[in-house]
Design a protein around this ligand. Structure first.
Ligand SMILES: Nc1nc2c(ncn2[C@@H]2O[C@H](COP(=O)(O)OP(=O)(O)O)[C@@H](O)[C@H]2O)c(=O)[nH]1
Ligand SMILES: C=C(OP(=O)(O)O)C(=O)O
Ligand SMILES: [Mn+2]
Length: 608
């Protein structure tokens, strides 16, 4: 390891000659006063050494039953993204818009500088050079995360490409996103550490104009693995607006039909609403095959042929554990079996394996729950936190598509928007055109989940599943989506669909079985793209004509299917005021195209 001692804060022996980076590293060390500085080189050996430190510190427990895999539990207060502590610090408040928290960048920098002063005392400061997306992309998307959390280092090594090869590619002058992170838990001499140090004060801050990130107080993935949501969505969305592309909260999958027609599909669902599951789907309809390209983030740019091409900037999976099982998502199960994973806030079995609700139908007779307490099936609380996660190399995914590694990406034929709605939203609806599809995305709604702190199950608008991730004004973001369709050849743009796996019956049960059965909806989507099946025009868009959704072999009574796909005018009339309230919130920046779409919808519903 390349280290230097803090009692001589001179420039460390660094594996780069990038003057800007060297200056930032030394200034940060001076401000945060760590015990030592370590450059992450991306080697397996260094990765192992840091893991060994985590085991010695009691943060990680090595699993006997899975190769090179570790269990850990966070502080019970540090389990999810903190949206109320997340800020977009644009120069002008108007650029952050009505959906983001904002503070003057200068004021915010002062607050954070005060918090960062001495914050790494007694700890190691790690410098993680990383690239999101391909190292050989036309313009590689570099970042450097500074952190005092070895958990973050190990996770970043899984989620991104890290280390010296990145520095070499950066050379002495490449632009990079400086991503500053501290758990905010300095150690006084002789003070004992805890397994998951963090701070009650939390800030997750993006400076979209200067392309910088500063995070404080949390070790949770979405708050601390800064290449992921902070860079690849919040900062990248602002870059994408400026440069004419899209940075989206979408999975990417490859779908092959029985006659070997290949389509690439992207889908945006809010956190904990089914992206990882759909990305690794095992279709139940015979002959259809899904392969995975990405499960959380898609960057989409126009290719020379005028089509929209998507790449997944990530290198790993950071999936919701509960509900992941051999029945629901066998490919995710195989991925975690393959090893190299970190499990956070799940339960530990007595023989050194992990378990969570939904992994197997029968829970083990005894577990250690995520709080470290004894757990039995009669225990009152779940064994695992609802937002517990597995962090696994994407290479472990047994159905990873070969195209995953292609820096050019894959041409997207369809985009799905979806959320968790008990009512109103049918199983699948096709938009009439790009503008209408953008309207569907802009009015997307979902019940809140445990992926963010706060109440669960509350319906809110979550446009394009990007509410917590749009790095600028949401009205400008919608306009950017409309503009992306404008210059383009309509035939070449992806067709947009709205799906809902989560509609319920009167007893609260899911009307649609979901998971592998969602392949039936993907089949209908492809058949629509190919002009092979009919749809019925309704006020909200095109829904499957009777008999076109393949339910052969599915044990689902006709009445339930009918309820799952139903367009209920009364439910939609009740939805209109909620959409209007949302449009009012966006205010004058709401594009007129979308206002026209809303008025047209009202007219078609007879609600005008
Ligand atoms: N009922 C139902 N639940 C689903 C479906 N797909 C995913 N889930 C559950 O939703 C939760 C989040 O899924 P995940 O794919 O991790 O969501 P992501 O955060 O968007 O990637 C998990 O508990 C899943 O088991 C589905 O089709 N139907
Ligand atoms: C990492 C997250 O992602 P996901 O969208 O998979 O829930 C999160 O919300 O913190
Ligand atoms: Mn996911």
């Amino acid at each position: 390891m390349t280290t230097f001692q803090n009692d001589a804060i001179t420039l460390p022996e660094a594996p780069t000659r990038h003057p800007g980076l060297l200056a930032w590293v030394s200034q940060t060390a001076e401000l945060t006063t760590p015990e030592r500085v370590v450059w992450i080189d991306g080697s397996a050996q260094q990765h192992r050494e840091i893991i060994d430190d985590l085991v010695a510190a009691g943060t990680f427990v090595k699993l006997a039953k899975k190769p090179n895999s570790y269990w850990c539990a966070s502080d019970p207060t540090d389990v999810a993204r903190v949206e109320d502590r997340t800020f977009i610090c644009s120069v002008d408040e108007a650029d952050a818009g009505p959906t983001n928290n904002w503070m003057d960048p200068g004021e915010m920098r002062t607050i954070l500088k005060d918090l960062y002063r001495g914050c790494m005392k007694g700890r190691t400061m790690y410098v993680i050079p990383f690239v999101m997306g391909h190292l050989d992309a036309e313009k590689p998307m570099f970042g450097v995360e500074i952190t005092d959390s070895p958990y973050v280092v190990v996770s970043m090594n899984v989620m991104a490409k890290t280390g010296t090869r990145v520095l070499e590619k950066m050379g002495p002058s490449a632009d990079y996103v400086p991503a500053m992170h501290s758990i905010g838990a300095p150690l006084e001499p002789g003070q004992a550490d805890v397994a998951w140090p963090c701070n009650d004060t939390k800030y997750i801050v993006q400076f979209p104009q200067s392309r910088e990130i500063q995070s404080f107080g949390s070790g949770y993935g979405g708050n601390a693995l800064l290449g992921k949501k902070c860079y690849s969505l919040r900062i990248a969305s602002a870059m994408a607006r400026d440069e004419g592309w899209l940075a989206e909260h979408m999975l990417i999958l490859k779908l092959t039909s029985p006659s070997n027609v290949v389509k690439y599909i992207a889908a945006a669902f809010p956190s904990a609403c089914g992206k990882t599951n759909l990305a690794m789907l095992e279709p139940t309809v015979p002959g259809w095959k899904v392969e995975t390209l990405g499960d959380d983030i898609a960057w989409m740019r126009f290719g020379h042929d005028g089509r929209l091409y998507a790449t997944n900037p990530e290198n790993g999976l950071f999936g919701v554990a509960p509900g992941t099982g051999w029945d629901t998502n066998p490919n995710a199960m195989r991925a975690i079996e393959a090893g190299g994973s970190v499990f956070t806030n799940v339960a530990l079995t007595d023989d050194g394996d992990i378990w969570w609700e939904g992994m197997t139908p029968q829970p083990p007779a005894h577990l250690t729950d995520w709080h470290g307490n004894d757990w039995t099936p009669s225990s009152e609380n779940p064994s695992s936190h609802p937002n517990s996660r597995f962090c696994t190399p994407i290479r472990n995914c047994p159905i990873l598509a070969d195209e995953y590694d292609d820096p050019a990406g894959v041409p997207i034929s369809a985009i799905l928007f979806g959320g968790r709605r008990k009512t109103t939203i049918p199983l699948v609806t096709q938009s009439r055109d790009w503008a209408h599809g953008t309207f569907m995305g802009a009015t997307l709604s979902s019940e809140t989940t445990a992926a963010a702190t706060g109440a669960v199950g509350v319906v809110r608008r979550d446009p394009m599943a990007m509410l917590p991730f749009i790095g600028y004004n949401a009205g400008d973001y919608f306009q950017h989506w409309i503009d992306m369709g404008k210059g383009a050849d309509a035939d070449k743009m992806p067709k947009i669909f709205y799906v809902n796996w989560f509609r319920r019956d009167e007893d609260g049960g899911f009307l649609w079985p979901g998971y592998g059965e969602n392949g039936r909806v993907l089949k209908w989507v492809v058949e629509r793209l190919e002009g092979q099946v009919a749809a019925v025009e309704t006020p909200i868009g095109h829904v499957p004509a009777p008999g076109t959704l393949d339910i052969s072999g599915l044990d689902l009574d006709e009445g339930r299917l009918e309820q799952a796909v139903r367009v209920d005018p009364d439910e939609w009339k009740a939805e209109i005021p909620l959409i209007e309230e949302w449009f009012d919130k966006i205010g004058e920046k709401m594009p007129t195209t979308l206002i026209t779409e809303l008025n047209d919808l009202k007219a078609r519903l007879g609600a005008a």
